[in-house]
Design a binder for this molecule. Structure first.
Ligand SMILES: Nc1ncnc2c1ncn2[C@@H]1O[C@H](COP(=O)(O)OP(=O)(O)O)[C@@H](O)[C@H]1O
Length: 362
C-alpha cells in the first residue's frame, strides 16, 4: 500500500475510535439538509422558469448563448441537492452514498465550474460590447461561441470523469468518506483537479473584476460626456428641458452601478469563501497525517458551510438573468402576461419589445 492510500484510510479508523470527531453532528445531519432542501425547492422553481423563458429566446447573441449554458448547469446542479440531503442526513443507503461520492458530487462541482467559466466569458463579452458598441455579431461568430461552449463542457467533463472512475473502492466501514473510496491515483487526481479549479476560480474572479472596472469607467466617462453636452444644450435652450434630461439619465446610471455590483457580489459572496476553505480541506483529505481529527472536522465543516454559499449561486443566477438580460425580462413578462415595463423602477430600464436585446451593461 503506498502512502496516499494509507492517508485516505487513516481518518476512518480515527473516527471510529473518537466519536467527538465524527462528522455526524446536527450541522451535517439536520441544518444543511434543511438548507439544501430549501435551495432545491426554490432553485428548481426559479431555474425551471428560467429554462422555459430562455428556450423561447433565439440564440442571437453571445450573451444569450452563455446565459443558456449557465441555466443548464444550474438545473443540473439543483438536481444533485436531493442526493446530498439524503446522504448527509443519513437517510440514504450505503449504495446511494457511494453514488453521491462517485457521481452526484462530481456533477455538482462540474456544474459549479461551468457557471464560473461562463460568468468570466459573459464579463469579457459585456466589456467588448461596451468598448466596441457598434461591433455586432454574425452567424459564424455565433457558431464559434457555440463551439466554445461545447469545449468548456468537454474540458471540464474530461477533468471530472476520472474523479468518478477512480472512486472505485468499496466502503470498508459504515461511516466512510468520499476519500476512502478513492484509489491512490484517484486521490492524486482529486488533488490535481482541485488545484486546477482554484486556478479557474481566481482567474475568472480577476477577469470579472477587470472587465467590470473597465465597463464602469467607460460608462461613467460617457455619462459625464453626455451630461456636459446636454447641460450645454439645455443652457442654450434657456433651461427648458434640462431637468428632464437629467431625470432620464439618473436611473440608467443607477442601474449600471447596481448591476455591476450584482455580478461581483455573487462572485465574492458565493464562490470566494469556498475557495479559501477548499485549500486546507483538500490537504486534510490527501495528506491526512498532517492534521489531527479535530482539525480535519473543522476544515470539513468550514468546507460544507462555504459549499452551501456556492450552491446558493443556483438560486441567485435567475436574479442575474432578470437584471442583466432585457430579452429575459421581456419574455418573462410575456409568459406571465405582465405588461412590458413592469418593475422598470427596479431594473432602471424598460423591458418593452423595442429595447435592445442584450444592451450593455444592464
Ligand atoms: N473541483 C472538483 N471537480 C470535480 N470533482 C470534484 C471536485 N472536487 C471534488 N470532487 C469530487 O467530488 C466528490 C466529493 O468530494 P469532496 O466534497 O471533497 O468529498 P467529501 O464529500 O468527503 O467532503 C469526490 O469524488 C471528489 O473527487
Amino acid at each position: 500500500m503506498d502512502n496516499t492510500t494509507e492517508f485516505a484510510l487513516t481518518p476512518v479508523n480515527h473516527n471510529l475510535t473518537n466519536s467527538s470527531c465524527s462528522r455526524d453532528n446536527v450541522l451535517k445531519t439536520v441544518v444543511f439538509p434543511v438548507l439544501y432542501s430549501i435551495l432545491f425547492l426554490l432553485g428548481l422553481s426559479l431555474n425551471g422558469l428560467a429554462v422555459w423563458v430562455f428556450f423561447s429566446i433565439p440564440s442571437r447573441s453571445h450573451f444569450i448563448i452563455y446565459l443558456k449554458n449557465i441555466v443548464v448547469a444550474d438545473v443540473l446542479m439543483t438536481l444533485t441537492f436531493p442526493f446530498k440531503v439524503l446522504s448527509d442526513s443519513n437517510m440514504a443507503s450505503v449504495g446511494m452514498r457511494v453514488f453521491v461520492c462517485r457521481v452526484s458530487s462530481v456533477l455538482f462541482y462540474l456544474t459549479m465550474y461551468i457557471s464560473i467559466l461562463f460568468f468570466g466569458l459573459i464579463s469579457i463579452d459585456r466589456c467588448r460590447k461596451t468598448l466596441q458598441p457598434f461591433k455586432g455579431t454574425n452567424a459564424a461568430r455565433l457558431a464559434h461561441r457555440k463551439l466554445l461552449s461545447g469545449a468548456v463542457w468537454g474540458s471540464l467533463l474530461a477533468l471530472s470523469l476520472p474523479n468518478m472512475a477512480l472512486t472505485s473502492r468499496s466502503p470498508t466501514s459504515a461511516n466512510f468518506k468520499c476519500g476512502d473510496l478513492k484509489t491512490a491515483a484517484g486521490l492524486r487526481w482529486h488533488e490535481v483537479v482541485n488545484h486546477v479549479c482554484q486556478v479557474i476560480f481566481w482567474g475568472n474572479l480577476v477577469t470579472v473584476t477587470i472587465c467590470y472596472a473597465l465597463i464602469t469607467k467607460e460608462l461613467y466617462s460617457s455619462y459625464a460626456r453626455s451630461k456636459a453636452c446636454r447641460a450645454g444644450g439645455a443652457k442654450r435652450r434657456a433651461g427648458t428641458d434640462g431637468g428632464t434630461v437629467k431625470g432620464q439619465r439618473q436611473p440608467r446610471r443607477k442601474s449600471v452601478s447596481s448591476n455591476v455590483f450584482l455580478v461581483l457580489a455573487v462572485f465574492f459572496v458565493c464562490f470566494a469563501p469556498f475557495h479559501f476553505a477548499r485549500v486546507p480541506y483538500t490537504m486534510s483529505q490527501t495528506r491526512g497525517h498532517l492534521f489531527d481529527c479535530n482539525l480535519k472536522l473543522f476544515f470539513f465543516q468550514l468546507k460544507e458551510s462555504t459549499l452551501w454559499l456556492s450552491s446558493l449561486n443556483a438560486l441567485l443566477d435567475p436574479l442575474i438573468y432578470f437584471f442583466l438580460c432585457k430579452s429575459f425580462r421581456t419574455t418573462l413578462f410575456k409568459t406571465l402576461r405582465l405588461p412590458p415595463g413592469t418593475y422598470s423602477w427596479l431594473t432602471g430600464s424598460g423591458s418593452g419589445p423595442n429595447t435592445a436585446e442584450d444592451q450593455t451593461p444592464t
